[in-house]
Design a protein around this ligand. Structure first.
Ligand code: NI
Length: 258
C-alpha cells in the first residue's frame, strides 16, 4: 500500500474553509497517510493544533513565519512553549528568513529566527526552515544557534547543490515541493539528484505552489503524489520507492511511531 507524507501544508488557510473534509478525503484516496500542518502566526498556531487534535492524519508545527516576525513578542514565546508541549505538535515552524518579500525588517527576522531556534532546543523539537533569498544568513544563524542539536528540514528548498551539501552536512533534511515539477525548474532537479535517500522529504505547501499538471490551481495534499512521481523520474526510481523512503524520513524526523 502506498503511504505518502505531505510534510508541509496550510490546511488552516481560508481557502480550505469550505471543503476541508473533501480535501482530506481526496488526500486519502491519493495515498496520503500523514500531513504536517505548518503555522505562520499566533492564530494559525492555535488552528494547526486544533486541526491535529481533530484529525488523526494531521500533525502540527507551531512557529512564526519571517513575514510575521514583526508581531513576535514575549507573549509569543510563552504561547509557543505552551503549544509545543501538546502531543501532536512535532516541530517548530515555519521559521526562518525571507529577503525576497521583506515583510518584516531583516534585523527583526534574524532576531525572531534565533529566538525560535532557542525554543526548539529547549523543548527538543526539530525546526521547519523557510529560507527565501537569505541562504547565507540562514546558515550563519543555524550554526551560531547550534540548530543541528535538534535538526530539521529546509522546506520547499530553493538553494543550489552546494548549499544542499552544506545543510546535509549539518544533519538537516531537504524537502521538495511543486516547483521541482515546473518545466523551467533547473536547480531543484539538480538538488534532487544529489540528496541521499534518507534525507529527502516531499510536501505541497498547499494552498500554494501547485505542481504540474495542476499548476495555477489551488494546491492540496493529494497533489503531493506529483512531486513524488517527478522525484522518481529524476532519480530513476519507482514511485513506490520514493513514497516509501520520504514517508519513513518524515516519520523519523518528526518522531512519529505508529
Ligand atoms: Ni509554508
Amino acid at each position: 500500500m502506498i503511504e505518502l507524507f505531505d510534510s508541509h501544508a496550510h490546511l488552516d488557510h481560508e481557502r480550505f474553509t469550505e471543503d476541508k473534509n473533501e480535501v482530506l478525503e481526496r488526500a486519502r484516496e491519493n495515498g496520503v497517510q500523514y500531513i504536517l500542518n505548518a503555522s505562520g502566526d499566533p492564530i494559525s498556531c492555535y488552528d494547526s493544533v486544533a486541526l491535529a487534535e481533530t484529525e488523526d492524519m494531521i500533525y502540527a508545527a507551531v512557529g512564526i513565519h519571517p513575514h510575521e516576525a514583526k508581531v513576535f513578542t514575549e507573549d509569543t514565546v510563552e504561547l509557543l512553549r505552551h503549544l509545543a508541549r501538546k502531543d501532536k505538535v512535532v516541530a517548530i515552524g515555519e521559521i526562518g528568513l525571507d529577503y525576497y518579500y521583506d515583510h518584516s525588517e531583516r534585523e527583526i527576522q534574524r532576531d525572531v529566527f534565533r529566538k525560535q531556534i532557542r525554543i526548539a532546543r529547549e523543548v527538543g523539537l526539530p525546526i521547519i526552515v523557510h529560507d527565501r533569498d537569505a541562504h547565507e544568513d540562514t546558515l550563519i544563524i543555524l550554526k551560531e544557534e547550534n540548530a543541528q542539536d535538534v535538526g530539521g528540514v529546509f522546506h520547499c528548498f530553493s538553494g543550489s547543490v552546494q548549499m544542499a551539501r552544506e545543510i546535509l552536512k549539518m544533519g538537516f533534511y531537504i524537502s521538495m515541493a511543486g516547483p521541482v515539477t515546473f518545466k523551467n525548474s533547473k536547480k531543484a532537479p539538480e538538488v534532487v539528484g544529489v540528496v541521499p535517500e534518507d534525507r529527502l522529504l516531499i510536501e505541497t505547501d498547499c494552498p500554494y505552489l501547485s505542481p504540474e499538471p495542476k499548476r495555477g490551481k489551488r494546491n492540496e495534499p493529494g497533489h503531493v503524489k506529483y512531486v513524488a512521481e517527478k522525484i522518481a523520474e529524476i532519480r530513476g526510481e519507482t514511485f513506490e520507492q520514493v513514497a516509501g523512503y520520504t514517508t519513513q524520513n518524515a516519520k523519523r524526523l518528526f518522531g512519529i511511531n505508529d
